[in-house]
Write a protein that binds this ligand. Structure first.
Ligand SMILES: NC(=O)c1ccc[n+]([C@@H]2O[C@H](COP(=O)([O-])OP(=O)(O)OC[C@H]3O[C@@H](n4cnc5c(N)ncnc54)[C@H](O)[C@@H]3O)[C@@H](O)[C@H]2O)c1
Ligand SMILES: *[C@@H]1O[C@H](CO)[C@@H](O)[C@H](O)[C@H]1NC(C)=O
Ligand SMILES: *[C@@H]1O[C@H](CO)[C@@H](O)[C@H](O)[C@H]1NC(C)=O
Length: 409
């Protein structure tokens, strides 16, 4: 009996020994390979990671996730804050700075901006989107600030004039305070509206403007004027580097469809087969720049050494009637052109003097009107399609717009 037990145990032991030996061998091999891996330096491992990443990028499902961006060295790569970056101009600026390889943080309260305008960057390692109102202070580390946050078209800035004032005053103070604290350079998106109802044509940067401080547009015009004042106070008193762009009428994809401006009105009317409404004879002129021209100008100005205000706009004037005919033909629309009584207070001309930008930045608009219009028409028609697919077709708010004076903006 005893012998049997011993024999069994030793048999078991022999089997156990074999098992233990096998386990030890496996453990040894595993350890050895881990050790070897650890001995590979970190750089090599990151390189390896990039190679696998690149392989992933070669397959279409990955490469289509983000548009390809440039790779900048640490010296050239900047941390850039764009306030109002989910808006029309801001989102195009975001695209350019991302493609150029910078780290972009968009701050927006989505008053008139949309997440959709920047959705193609969400999740990208160089991109950050913060839902924040610039009227509240913000603490982040950045090298440059493009300060665009502000409603921009009359229906939007007149919707809540007090908020428009707060955004342009307190919001600008907050951003200048941030610039001072972190030593960043700030570019203010100012406007041609600082010239008000101008008495000189075309307007150059020396002109002080002609603004009614208590008129319906004052919340915006005076808000931007005092925002400029703040920039120069911070520059003189605190040494903050500032750039001021006085932006003239701009159009392009992602612009607001129902903002009552002449280009968006005509495109919408033409696409929907409604009459294109021209106030007066249609001989008033307007000048519009395409958004990509503006964005190039903003980036050039930011990186220049010009701290005084610079006009950015397209001096090429067209009559309202020319716009109507051109848009009608590009849309291939059966719409009629309808003439309505002249609107009072409708400025006859508005045109930028861009000699300063030409001379000091080497900048001028290059996108032909027709090309810009085609792209904008494409965007509008896709938007209308989306709306139709959702069974939701909001009409332009005609009743609301009529309350104010109808005018071509
Ligand atoms: N589009 C033009 O023709 C034009 C002309 C002159 C000046 N500008 C200036 O350019 C800038 C951008 O204009 P846009 O046409 O892109 O208008 P937009 O309305 O599309 O963009 C403005 C953005 O600012 C955001 N915003 C508004 N208030 C904010 C707040 N308190 N905090 C955070 N975000 C806020 C909005 O949500 C929006 O995304 C504005 O400062 C505007 O005054 C534009
Ligand atoms: C700006 O830079 C240019 C050359 O880069 C120089 O000639 C010019 O003097 C500078 N201007 C100011 C105001 O510093
Ligand atoms: C714009 O579109 C029209 C028709 O849709 C086309 O004939 C024209 O060549 C386009 N122009 C430009 C500059 O792209």
């Amino acid at each position: 009996m005893m012998k049997r037990v011993i024999w069994l145990l030793s048999g078991l032991n022999r089997r156990m020994m074999k098992l233990l030996f096998a386990l030890a061998l496996i453990a040894y091999i595993a350890c050895k390979s881990i050790q070897e891996h650890a001995e590979m330096n970190i750089e090599q491992r990151i390189d390896e990671m990039f190679i696998t990443k690149e392989i992933c990028l070669l397959s279409p499902s990955f490469s289509q996730k983000y548009p390809p961006v440039k790779f900048l060295s640490e010296k050239d790569r900047k941390r850039i804050l764009i306030t109002g970056g989910a808006g029309f101009v801001g989102s195009h600026l975001t695209d350019k700075l991302m493609m150029d390889g910078h780290e972009v943080t968009v701050v927006d309260n989505f008053f008139t901006g949309r997440k959709r305008n920047v959705e193609h960057w969400i999740g990208h390692e160089n991109f950050e989107l913060i839902n924040h109102d610039v009227v509240e202070p913000l603490y982040i580390e950045v090298d440059q600030i493009y300060h665009l946050a502000s409603p921009a078209s009359p229906p939007n800035y007149m919707y809540n004039p007090i908020k428009t004032l707060k955004t342009n005053t307190i919001g600008t103070l907050n951003m200048l305070g941030l610039a001072k604290r972190v030593g960043a350079r700030l570019l203010l998106a100012s406007t041609s509206e600082v010239y008000g109802d101008p008495e000189v044509h075309p307007q150059n940067e020396e002109y002080w403007g002609h603004v009614n401080p208590i008129g319906p547009r004052a919340c915006y015009d005076e808000g931007k004027r005092v925002a400029e004042t703040m920039c120069y106070a911070y520059m003189k008193q605190e040494g903050v580097e500032v750039r001021v762009a006085r932006i003239f009428n701009t159009f392009g994809s992602r612009m607001h469809m129902n903002d009552g401006r002449v280009v968006s009105n005509f495109i919408l009317q033409a696409l929907q087969g409604e009459p294109l409404t021209v106030y007066g004879t249609g001989s008033q002129t307007r000048a519009f720049q395409y958004v990509s021209d503006l964005v190039n100008g903003l980036v050039l100005l930011m990186n220049s050494n010009i701290s005084s205000p610079v006009n950015l706009g397209n001096p090429e004037e067209h009559t309202i009637l020319e716009f109507a005919r051109l848009i009608k033909s590009l849309v291939v629309s059966r719409s009629q052109i309808q003439f309505l009584p002249e609107a009072q207070d409708d400025p006859q001309r508005r045109r930028p003097d861009i000699r300063k930008a030409k001379m000091m930045l080497g900048w001028e608009p290059v996108v032909p009107l027709e090309e810009g219009l085609n792209k904008t028409i494409q965007y509008f028609s896709r938007e209308l399609e989306h709306q139709a697919n959702n069974q939701y077709i909001p009409k332009p708010k005609a009743a609301r717009m009529k309350k104010g004076r109808p005018r071509h903006n």
